[in-house]
Design a binder for this molecule. Structure first.
Ligand code: UT7
Length: 338
């Protein structure tokens, strides 16, 4: 039996100001002779628009979006930056390689008593970080954690690939996680996490890291941008999201119909609908924001959560299942009672 339980006491989110509609993308691609349409993007992905940071705008750096989301979460929790012991920051689009984006955030926020770390598990990163915060809190080593999922994916979009460039957007979501009595019902119940590095090729950025540092040729050939086998990722996503959700519910002997809310990673509305159907969860219980924000990787789950909490949808005592997959490939589901 753990010494303590971890409970979420505040949520927040932030988005860049700039809205990029499907029509904006149609026009941008047309300039390079690539065809797409608003109808195709809506029907195949469920996305109408997304937000993108303005390059060079310091207010829209990854850590600045993370800062705005964190401040909102701290305000809801009634906590000060000095109260934070751990900053766990999920991102695959860091401000800089070093220092970590979590340290940039610590600096901007004034969280002087924290230790700060980044974690890259792509779209599963927020659940990985939330689970780490849960473990440190359960063992008594951390009292208050700030967990962030934030991305500026517009910096890695491959505008030469029409099947992936239509999907992504920028955003940040944050939660405050606090120590509670071990027997509280309002807690993170458990997470099921896994990865399969054998599937690395399905969704990756070939160059720009230490293996193949960026050169003029690499940049010209878009090799420092996202490369994705969309069709294959789609199939695996449906299968694994369903399986991780089932495993996590089974562990707690919770039937899908007992679930109050399901928050899947927002990659494609057709993936979300297929998973909900396989789990027999009606779409009224599935929380989505993909239509307005696209796929924001590690930020999808915390931004959806924040919106639902602020709208008064998620109520005390309700059971919420979060479910993610991402580049790696990485997978994870996390169950909590609000
Ligand atoms: O966080 C994880 C990130 N990634 C994902 O979750 C991606 C999962 N995959 C997907 O969401 C979907 O596979 C896509 C949205 C990427 C693509 O949808 P699809 O229904 O799987 O399309 P497809 O790749 O099978 O392509 C169907 C057709 C092709 O044309 P042909 O070969 O049938 O003539 C594509 O060339 O659609 C074409 N196509 C497009 N047409 C207009 C692909 N992209 C576009 C486009 N506009 N943007």
């Amino acid at each position: 039996m753990a010494t303590y339980a971890a409970t979420i006491t505040g949520t927040g989110s932030a988005f860049p100001a700039g809205i990029v509609t499907n029509q904006d993308i149609v026009e941008k691609l047309a300039a390079s002779g690539i065809e797409t349409s608003d109808q195709w993007i809506r029907e195949r992905s469920g996305i109408r628009e997304r937000r993108m940071a303005a390059p060079g705008n310091a207010e829209e750096h990854n850590s600045s979006l993370g800062l705005a989301a964190s401040r909102a979460a701290l305000e809801m929790a009634g906590k000060k930056p000095e109260d934070i012991d751990l900053i766990a920051y999920a991102t695959c689009t860091p401000d800089t390689v070093i220092p970590s984006t979590s340290c940039w955030l610590q600096h901007k926020l004034g969280a002087v008593n924290a230790w700060a770390m980044d974690l890259n598990a792509a779209c599963s990163g927020f659940l990985y970080c939330l689970s780490i915060a849960d473990q440190f809190i359960q063992t008594g080593q951390v009292k208050t954690a700030l967990v962030i999922g934030a991305e500026v994916l517009s910096s890695i979009i491959n505008w030469s690939d029409r099947s992936s460039c239509i999907l992504f957007g920028d955003a940040a979501g944050a939660v405050v996680v606090e120590r509670a009595e071990a027997d509280t019902p309002h807690r993170i119940l458990s997470a099921t996490l896994r990865s399969d590095g054998n599937l690395w090729e399905l969704l990756h950025i070939p160059c720009g890291g230490s293996r193949y540092p960026a050169t003029a040729d690499i940049i010209r050939d878009h090799l420092n941008k996202i490369h994705m086998n969309g069709r294959e990722v789609f199939k695996i996503a449906v299968r694994t999201l369903t399986s991780f959700a089932k495993q996590t519910l089974k562990k707690h002997k919770i039937a899908p119909e007992e679930l109050d809310w399901f928050i899947p990673h927002q990659a494609n509305i057709r993936i979300i609908e297929a998973v909900a159907e396989r789990l027999s969860i009606p779409m009224e219980k599935v929380l989505v924001n993909i239509e307005r924000f696209g796929n924001t990787s590690s930020a999808t789950i915390p931004t959806v959560l924040d919106e639902a909490v602020r709208a008064g949808k998620i109520q005390k005592g309700q059971t919420v299942l979060m479910d993610a997959f991402g580049s790696g490939l990485t997978f994870g589901a996390l169950l909590l009672r609000w």
